[in-house]
Design a protein around this ligand. Structure first.
Ligand SMILES: Cc1cc2nc3c(=O)[nH]c(=O)nc-3n(C[C@H](O)[C@H](O)[C@H](O)COP(=O)(O)O)c2cc1C
Length: 216
């Protein structure tokens, strides 16, 4: 397991907790690009996803919104994204699962937490469908993600020269755009199950600590 020496000790702004902040965020999400599509378990836009009132569950930890973004070719990242969403749901936290092939980069600025799960292909390239999103985030300069917290799970294979490069690119780019890494990036080799589960444990642990802190 490769764990990036990320900014585990950084301090982060607290997510908005009051209804006013929630309303503002919901309004901005209402104004989100029409191209925004949210898929649940990879079955395309769902009725639930289109009901923006569901972006917050009453029991959401700190009323934060969590976006799980995946980029995939053969479905591993999508399956892990779905698994993470289910684990978060069991903790009472609403998470949206979105294929970055169908997302506008501006969605990143509309949420409190971004969890990226992405594989690498070709000569260290992103999955083909995710390339426009990757390009905008990794090469672009017009995103302001201050206040956003993120963590990345990178899928790859050490037999390739550019191991997990797509995930590493996202990890560096999100930080460059001002987002705060709340849990270090984890890079997965071919046998990714245990390593991915450990990353999810870490992400869930963070949310649990946030929840306890908020209720203390
Ligand atoms: C044609 C091909 C090219 C790949 N290129 C890379 C690569 O450059 N770097 C890397 O780390 N992994 C590479 N991989 C491994 C995949 O990223 C890995 O199998 C991953 O689990 C696939 O996840 P996905 O199903 O979400 O797309 C490649 C796999 C294939 C089939």
């Amino acid at each position: 397991m490769n764990v990036n020496a990320g900014s585990m000790t950084a301090t982060y702004p607290q997510p908005s907790e009051d209804q006013a902040d929630n309303s503002a965020l919901l309004q901005s999400l209402s104004a989100a690009p029409a191209a925004l599509e949210v898929s649940v378990n990879g079955h395309g836009p769902s009725p639930l996803a289109l009901d923006r009132s569901n972006l917050y569950a009453p029991l959401s930890i700190n009323s934060a919104s969590v976006l799980i973004l995946y980029g995939t070719v053969t479905g591993n990242s999508e399956m892990l994204a779905s698994r993470l969403a289910k684990r978060l749901h069991l903790k009472g936290l609403t998470a949206r699962v979105c294929d970055m092939a169908h997302c506008e980069p501006s969605i990143l600025a509309l949420v409190n937490y971004v969890l990226v799960i992405a594989s690498t292909y070709g000569d260290g390239e992103p999955p083909e469908d995710a390339a426009p999103f990757w390009d905008a985030v990794v090469r672009g300069n017009d995103l302001d993600l201050s206040g956003v917290r993120f963590s990345v799970l990178a899928l790859g294979n050490t037999t390739y020269d550019h191991f997990c490069k797509c995930g590493r690119d996202f990890d560096a780019a999100l930080e460059r755009h001002g987002a705060a890494r709340f849990y270090p990036r984890v890079d997965c080799d071919a046998d990714y199950d245990a390593v991915a589960a450990a990353w999810m444990d870490g992400v869930l642990g963070h949310f649990q600590r946030q929840s306890f802190a908020a209720s203390a």
